[in-house]
Design a protein around this ligand. Structure first.
Ligand code: FAQ
Length: 360
């Protein structure tokens, strides 16, 4: 349903100051690091230029950068920022629906919801593992989340008031996530691209189960239909904002595109999402809470109303309806899981001792 042609990557032009920083890969496998106090010799400069050229050529050829390859500082930094935010979103994103596991209306719905919420946890794990290949530990990333320094998706700071919200999250939030994430399957960083392929397959199941659950509710009583419509009304605008600020106010877009990480802009993805969703509302029998929404024959896509960006930034800056609750729950879950990490470390130490004894 959300399969889409990918925009061609923008041609990568060499910036005036050179794309490369002074970094080498975490392993240092592709060339020796230059000591900061040491004046770079001509040999070092030449090596650095060759590495940068190889990096650029890989991007130009739409190839993959792998963890041990040379990568400029800015590339590593921008990837770590996006991948860690993405991982945080997946694990915080378990909470709004997780709240409904004990209240699902049937055994079947409970089993589906359990599987979905576990999938989101799994997505977080793939993404933390992929992000760790950039040289930052999972503990460091989690510290940033728990201290409130790191961002996660705005959408998970809204409450799930009724069972219909669970269906709407599957349909619209997972739908928006797929729209945003399918292009990332073709991003330039190998571990991120590979993780996204599996994630997108699972998100596709999530989106369909949400739509199917809503279809069933819409065939129920008038009260059930009203509950679905109310949930759609509350989630629609936050879902549109989830794609990020308008292109003109998106400071990271240019670099993300230049590095082959961002293939399609925030506004273009948002538009694709609106166009894909409108026909689905007709099948479902719900309306969208936007009087300005209409087909524009000249543009061959839908016009839609203005998004309230002040609400979005309020949420991103930690002041949304559930920010405090989400972070507190996350911190508690981490603290409660300490015994599991301790046990895993103790077991690993025991295994290591045993294998050393056997080798001796
Ligand atoms: N929420 O310059 P841009 C899911 C920040 S996973 C919070 O446009 P960029 C699965 C942005 O970080 C959902 N902050 O940034 C699921 C930046 O701040 P910074 C997560 C946001 O990176 C479903 C600043 O605004 N998906 O839903 C948001 O080029 C159901 C300026 O923005 C991903 O993370 C936002 N919505 O584009 C789970 C996908 N938007 O870092 C459970 C990967 C923007 O400079 C249940 N990420 N900001 O301090 C991306 O594609 C991009 O990072 C964007 C933002 C598109 C999110």
């Amino acid at each position: 349903m959300y399969t889409q042609a990918l925009d061609l990557p923008e041609p990568v032009s060499a910036p005036a100051n050179g794309i490369a920083g002074n970094n080498v890969s975490a392993s240092g496998a592709q060339g020796a690091a230059v000591h900061p106090l040491q004046a770079p010799s001509a040999a070092h400069a030449a090596q650095h230029a060759a590495q940068s050229a190889r990096f650029e050529a890989t991007l130009d050829a739409d190839g993959k950068i792998e963890p041990r390859d040379f990568m400029p500082d800015a590339y590593r930094k921008t990837l770590l920022r996006q991948m860690s935010q993405h991982a945080h979103s997946e694990i915080v994103g378990m909470q709004p629906e997780g709240n409904w596991i004990s209240r699902a209306p049937s055994l079947k719905r409970k089993a589906i919801l359990l599987a979905k919420v576990q999938d989101e946890g799994g997505h977080g794990l793939y993404l933390y593992s992929a992000a760790e290949t950039l040289g930052t530990s999972r503990d460091q990333m989690l510290d940033a989340l728990h201290s409130g320094k790191a961002k996660y998706s705005s959408i998970f700071n809204y409450p799930t008031l009724t069972w219909a919200d669970v269906g709407v999250i599957g349909w619209l939030v997972d739908g928006a996530a797929i729209m945003n994430q399918v292009p990332i399957c073709r991003c330039s960083y190998g571990p991120y691209a590979r993780a996204m392929i599996r994630i997108c397959k699972e998100e596709s199941f999530h989106q369909r189960q949400g739509f199917e659950s809503l279809m069933v509710q819409m065939q129920g009583t008038a009260a059930q239909r009203a509950m679905v419509q109310d949930a759609v009304n509350r989630w629609w605008w936050p879902v549109l904002a989830m794609f990020g600020p308008p292109d003109a106010d998106s400071p990271n877009s240019a670099q993300g595109k230049r590095f082959g990480i961002k293939r399609i802009s925030n506004d273009d993805l948002r538009q694709k999402f609106v166009d894909a969703t409108v026909p689905q509302t007709k099948v479902l029998g719900v309306s969208l809470p936007d009087p300005a929404l209409q087909w524009n024959a000249a543009r061959q896509c839908h016009d839609y109303g203005a998004i309230d960006w002040s609400d979005f930034w309020n949420v991103v800056n930690g002041n949304g309806p559930c920010n405090h609750e989400r972070l507190a729950t996350r911190r508690k879950a981490h603290a409660d899981g300490q015994w599991v990490r301790d046990a895993a470390l103790a077991y690993a130490a025991k295994q290591e001792q045993r294998s050393m004894k056997e080798a001796a």
